[in-house]
Design a protein. Structure first.
Length: 492
């Protein structure tokens, strides 16, 4: 992607500067060694500072043909890394270092980035936590690029620990491969039928998307934010689970990683909400002795919940890490920026005796969504509204669509082996986002043989995010154990 003098902001970049959608991407990196700030600066000067978006600031200028009208442009500037790399003084004897890091990140979500310089910063915290020797935190404004671009750029700035000259290996898939079967003439009629179903599903999804903007709202629950939630500070926590456990469930149930992740999320949210509604029943009925009746009432309440997630989908053709690394290069074929479309995914919140039912339902939901062009259409519609009606109208529509859902959900595959960030081996990567109208954002990030579950919450809505994290982790164990028991029963 080349940067030109006075390059205007893209429509999506303008959207992310609207007050109700002032979004930031946060990438938390746990390091296995203490961090040397000078080494990081030297590394950034050789990589990140070669990317035009990280060396440009926003300014407003008059159009040549109309001095009364202003436009916002990216303009190159000289970057002083001392203004972007923050190394705070830390009490190394802090009693609860994990909470200290969480408080530190939460506090800077209250303050916007300085618009007089490029919109990114890196915080380096040399403090030992339960799962890292030091912490690095990137905060980047969403107008610079979408999550796929920024995480890809971050990974492109790393190298394999086993081979300091090699880029990380990231699993990819070929989206076009599923269509090869339609190249043969004998599949012609099946292809026509497949295409008709695709069009029908897309039309239904876009009608429901429109209705969500207009009047369909999710059920108010203990995890849904109130109006203005986008302006509240957020708290970030994470859990790390064994990726092999997830792959075991995937292989035995013949599903995908996404199916399993959605399944354990539905199971975890069900546990959390069941407890929340159960506690309300207990307070109201003074601990009703009929526990079976209480469980039935809770089950009925859960089944009536409409809970949906807004999911950002990368609409680029899937690229390898080398292509993504080339985003920093001149004349790159990889598309930098915000190339993401939204889909609205319904969650099944209900109690099941068989924990595997959560994965089965997740697979059915995702299979249905795969056979739709909702993401591409939502992206095209958003771009059309921006061009026709401007940022204010587009921001209001997007904000309403997101607010009428309950949460944001994403999953990004990461490196399959250990990587180092300018010579600092990483223990985990935990990306997230804030500034959108959700009280809960759930992000899954794989790294080596681990899966990091990142939760971004509004503490005014979800004061006990650790409990929710435990519920999701516990749900994975129950589903994993359920698959093992089923296999044993089949053998017997």
């Amino acid at each position: 992607m080349a940067s030109r003098e006075g390059e205007p902001l893209s429509p999506a970049a303008k959207l992310f500067h609207a007050p109700s959608l002032n979004c930031y991407v946060v990438a938390i990196m746990g390091c296995k060694t203490s961090i040397n700030p000078q080494v990081i600066k030297e590394g950034l000067s050789q990589t990140l500072l070669k990317h035009p978006r990280f060396t440009s600031k926003m300014i407003q200028t008059s159009l040549i043909d109309n001095n009364k009208k202003l436009k916002t442009i990216w303009t190159p500037t000289t970057v002083d890394l001392d203004n972007h790399i923050i190394v705070p003084e830390i009490d190394l004897n802090a009693e609860y270092p994990d909470r200290f890091v969480e408080d530190y990140i939460s506090n800077f979500t209250k303050t916007p980035l300085d618009l007089s310089k490029p919109l990114w910063e890196l915080h380096l915290l040399n403090i030992k936590t339960s799962d890292a020797e030091a912490i690095g935190i990137f905060r980047i404004h969403h107008s610079i690029g979408d999550g796929a671009s920024l995480i890809s750029l971050l990974l492109a700035a790393t190298r394999k620990t086993s081979d300091p000259d090699a880029l990380p290996t990231v699993p990819t898939q070929n989206r076009a491969s599923s269509h090869k079967r339609f190249c043969s003439f004998r599949w012609f009629f099946f292809a026509v039928w497949w295409g008709m179903i695709l069009i029908w599903h897309t039309m239904v999804d876009m009608v429901l998307f429109t209705f969500t903007i207009l009047f369909i709202k999710d059920t108010p629950t203990p995890i849904k934010g109130a109006p203005g939630v986008e302006f509240n500070s957020k708290r970030f926590i994470h859990r790390t689970v064994n990726l092999d456990d997830i792959k075991f469930v995937k292989n035995e149930m013949k599903t995908t990683i996404n199916d399993v992740l959605l399944g354990i999320t539905q199971a975890g949210l069900t546990r959390y909400l069941n407890r929340a509604y159960g506690n309300k029943k207990e307070r109201k009925s003074c601990e009703d002795a009929n526990s079976n009746g209480a469980n039935k009432r809770s089950s009925i309440v859960l089944k009536k919940i409409r809970l949906r997630a807004a999911i950002l989908v990368n609409i680029r053709p899937v690229a390898g890490i080398q292509d993504l690394a080339d985003m920093m290069a001149e004349k790159s074929k990889a598309k930098w920026g915000n190339w993401m479309g939204y889909i609205i995914l319904p969650f099944s919140i209900s109690l099941h005796e068989d924990p595997l039912e959560y994965v089965r339902r997740a697979k059915a939901t995702i299979d249905r969504k795969k056979h739709s062009l909702e993401a591409i259409c939502s992206y095209a519609c958003a771009k059309l509204v921006l061009n026709l009606f401007g940022v204010k109208v587009a921001a209001a529509i997007t904000q309403r669509a997101l607010f009428n859902t309950t949460m944001a959900f994403s999953n990004v595959p990461g490196p399959t082996e250990e990587i180092s960030f300018y010579g600092h081996p990483l223990a985990y990567i935990a990306p997230s986002v804030y500034g959108h109208p959700h009280a809960l954002t759930l992000h899954y990030q794989s790294y080596g043989n681990k899966m990091t579950i990142s939760l971004s919450v509004d503490p005014l809505v979800i004061p006990d995010p650790y409990l929710l994290g435990d519920d999701i982790e516990r749900s994975l164990k129950l589903i994993h154990d359920g698959v093992q028991k089923k296999n044993i029963a089949n053998v017997i």
